[in-house]
Design a protein around this ligand. Structure first.
Ligand SMILES: Nc1ncnc2c1ncn2[C@@H]1O[C@H](COP(=O)(O)OP(=O)(O)OP(=O)(O)O)[C@@H](O)[C@H]1O
Length: 237
């Protein structure tokens, strides 16, 4: 691609609601490759940060600055919510929807739907209503629907919450595949095993602040006692 989206510069990013600071000020530079895990305890501000980066959270002060123009950035990123919303229609219709939005020819849409359904093990479910899928199948469908337009950046909020080991490993395989294809991933997770398996770097949030950031090696040698406690599953006070 000609226009690089990265680096993504976050400068004094602050988000307040009703006088309470939910996030910030956060300063961080996101480089253009790999998988960044935004981690931290419940309520630390992970979802708020992800949404602010994606441009769907109102910023109180500071900046989120991509290296390309807004319209380009918007077209080349996707976001999967913690509880993905599905069209109350078939798996095929859900996969087809993002392609229809950009005017993809019908034959191409059908080919892509079949290919992605096979990729996520849902070939036999193509005509089944999406709301009837299991939790794991729904997450895989949500991920496929986000990846079908081959975004350069993918935001994922806890994609494996409430999933068992098998479903989690299928989602992780999809993510590793996307990474290999060059998709930049920024995601949240509470699963320490998953964080260690997937992260190339981390942003550890605590009380809305970036408490410890850096490459994934620090997961084995945390600098701060709070990150060490989080990774051990201890309660952080
Ligand atoms: N629109 C809002 N108005 C007021 N407070 C909010 C709003 N959105 C989020 N919050 C609060 O901001 C804080 C950060 O929320 P956020 O969802 O970003 O945390 P999180 O780290 O993703 O948590 P979790 O791990 O539980 O998903 C929480 O205390 C939450 O209650």
């Amino acid at each position: 691609m000609v226009d690089n989206l990265f680096p993504l510069e976050v400068t004094d990013l602050t988000i307040k609601r009703r006088g309470k600071t939910l996030l910030g000020p956060v300063n961080h530079t996101f480089e253009g490759t790999g998988l960044t895990m935004v981690i931290g305890p419940n309520g630390a501000g992970k979802t708020t940060l992800l949404k602010a980066l994606h441009g769907i959270e109102r910023i109180s002060s500071g900046d989120v600055t991509w290296s390309a123009a807004d319209a380009i950035v918007r077209a080349r990123q996707a976001y999967v919510f913690q509880t993905p919303t599905m069209l109350r229609r078939s798996v095929r219709d859900n996969l087809a929807y993002p392609l229809k939005l950009v005017g993809t020819p019908r034959a191409e849409i059908e080919a892509q739907c079949k290919a992605w359904a096979a990729h996520i093990g849902l070939t036999d479910a193509l005509d089944r209503p999406a709301p009837r899928l299991s939790g794991g199948e729904r997450q895989k469908l949500a991920l496929a629907r986000a990846l079908i337009r081959r975004p350069e950046v993918l935001f994922l909020d806890e994609p494996c919450a409430n999933l068992d080991g098998q479903a989690t490993s299928e989602i992780e395989a999809l993510l590793l595949n996307a990474l290999q294809q060059g998709t930049r991933i920024i995601m949240t997770s509470h699963n320490v095993g998953q964080i260690k398996r997937l992260a190339s770097d981390i942003v550890f949030l605590l009380y809305g602040q970036a408490h410890e950031v850096g490459d994934a090696e620090r997961l084995d040698q945390p600098e701060t006692p709070e990150l060490a406690a989080f990774l051990k599953g201890d309660i952080i006070r």
